[in-house]
Design a protein around this ligand. Structure first.
Ligand code: PRP
Ligand code: URA
Length: 217
């Protein structure tokens, strides 16, 4: 397993936006789109290619194409926030969906929905979830995908905690992790520190903000 912590001024800039608690849901989503699009490049850098030819308007040209189908798997719900940015870069990718929520008491992930395309075994699968906290959700998602036949998997997140990285390293040593930041740890509720708070709530505007607080911003 390799951990890839992306290091680029555009990554830093957009991370600063999503970490800021004053960032609105719209700006948050837009920065997540940008980050995810930027991640597509390192995530796909090692994909196998095949050599083939196409006809230009003038003559035959030798070209390289990505050899295998790509399947993007957002983990509901926050992973959906990373889908549009990735689809922008890989428009022909198929999408599998995994519904998974963390039980707030046990912090254990629970699967509530799964729908994947056929022939997962031939595909390059990229799992999307902005937060790798305890690693429970990601580990369970990877186990589920392997049970469905997936063999070539990558994990893409925006912020990772060392605890989550350790869990994936132990349970899925074959899966490379790509993250925009490696943070310092978790609080007692399993939130990443310094993190960005609840990614799903911030993406979908479901955090409870009192009107007075909103006007005070
Ligand atoms: C968040 C996040 C991950 C999970 C990470 O989802 O999107 O799926 O927590 O935590 P873990 O590494 O400790 O498992 P959440 O359960 O809050 O659901 P949501 O996406 O519906 O908001
Ligand atoms: N899920 C989130 O949305 N944020 C965290 O910090 C941890 C888990």
């Amino acid at each position: 397993m390799s951990l890839h912590v992306l290091d680029h001024p555009l990554i830093h800039e957009n991370l600063a936006i999503i970490r800021d608690k004053h960032t609105t849901a719209g700006s948050f989503r837009s920065a997540v789109d940008t980050l995810t699009g930027l991640m597509a490049y390192p995530l796909t850098e090692q994909l196998p290619e095949t050599q083939t030819t196409v006809l230009t308007p003038l003559m035959e040209a030798k070209v390289a194409r990505i050899a295998s189908p790509i399947v993007l798997v957002p983990i509901l719900r926050a992973g959906l926030g990373m889908l549009a940015g990735m689809q922008q870069m890989i428009p022909e990718a198929a999408v599998g969906v995994l519904g998974m929520a963390r039980n707030e008491k046990t912090l254990m992930p629970e699967v509530y929905y799964a729908k994947f395309p056929d022939k997962l075994s031939e595909a390059e699968v990229i799992v999307l979830d902005p937060m790798l906290a305890t690693g429970g959700s990601a580990a369970e998602a990877l186990t589920e995908l392997k049970a469905m036949g997936a063999k070539h998997l990558r994990m893409a997140c925006l912020v990772a905690a060392p605890e989550g990285v350790s869990k994936l390293t132990l349970e899925h040593p074959d899966v490379d992790i790509y993250t925009c930041a490696l943070d310092s740890g978790l609080n007692a509720q399993g939130y990443i520190l310094p993190g960005l708070g609840d990614a799903g709530d911030r993406l979908f505007g479901t955090e409870v903000v009192l009107q007075d607080e909103q006007h005070a911003k």
